[in-house]
Design a protein around this ligand. Structure first.
Ligand code: PGA
Length: 261
């Protein structure tokens, strides 16, 4: 995998947004897989700025959701569908007709998960999947010891993740659902390009385990080592536990003039 160390979250957002823009210039109806959380915000801000300046056209772009809380109606302000509508679709001017996501309120959750997996495959697969990482190494909501071959399914959140996410629920952990639907690790690995973005010291251990640790279900993000085109974009703080940091800097600084990531 390629590791790119950026000075700060803003430049990471710009780098990833430019990769998305390059993809959309090649393939205007690309399917972009987006993630929720604080980390991806600079990406959508940078991409929205490119749309406003006319540097990229997203009128045919399609957006796919990574995970969702079970039991929150789509219109609930904290549902990930609502969050993505506010933070990605509206700033980019993309309508719901170009959006796909799992139904967190389906009566038969398993059926909804399988239907979503099938819909992703029928859409031709995700062209570029943006991922955050949990402090416990989760991607999507695949918590430690998730099967590396898992498909979209229901999962139970760890208490750590519920505490981490309580800030989105007025700091009240009791409001954070216990259950989620998440694309499985096997599903995520089917995207054509995976871009994991991590910022801040709190992510440094998880990033080191992802990049330099063994491929192991205890760190779900380590499955990226099995992907043929995975890019890990980290700021200095999130890179602080990497042993090969000098090599990663050297490799990126001397990269031939290919697509940037
Ligand atoms: P964060 O979430 O970007 O808000 O830290 C990342 C994640 O849990 O995947």
């Amino acid at each position: 995998m390629e590791v790119v160390i950026v000075p700060d979250a803003e430049s990471g957002g710009e780098l990833i947004a430019e990769a998305m823009a390059q993809l959309l210039r090649r393939k205007p109806d690309a399917l972009l897989g987006v993630a929720t959380g604080s980390t991806p915000l600079p990406v959508s801000e940078a991409l929205a700025a490119k749309v406003r300046s006319g540097a990229v056209d997203v009128s045919r772009a399609r957006i796919a959701q990574l995970d969702e809380y079970v039991g929150l109606p789509a219109e609930h302000p904290k549902s990930y569908r609502s969050v993505l509508t506010r933070e990605v679709l509206e700033p980019l001017g993309i309508g719901m007709d170009a959006f796909m996501g799992p139904d967190g309120t389906a009566e038969d959750v398993q059926e909804a998960c399988e239907a979503y997996d099938m819909a992703l495959a029928e859409a031709g697969g995700v062209d570029l999947q943006l991922l955050g990482i949990g402090t416990d190494g989760h991607i999507g909501f695949n918590e430690p010891c998730s099967s590396l071959a898992s498909r979209t399914r229901i999962k139970t959140l760890t208490e750590q993740t519920r505490w981490d996410n309580a800030r989105f629920f007025d700091g009240d952990i009791d409001q954070v659902p216990h259950h989620v639907i998440t694309q499985g690790i096997g599903t995520i690995l089917q995207a054509w390009h995976l871009v994991l973005f991590a910022t801040g010291e709190g992510k440094a251990d998880a990033v080191a385990a992802t990049v330099e640790g063994p491929v192991a279900a205890v760190c779900p993000a380590s499955a990226l080592q099995l992907h043929r085109h995975a890019t890990v974009v980290v700021d200095e703080a999130a890179a602080s536990e990497l042993k090969l940091v000098d090599y990663f800097r050297h490799a990126f600084a001397n990269k031939p003039d290919w697509p940037q990531i």
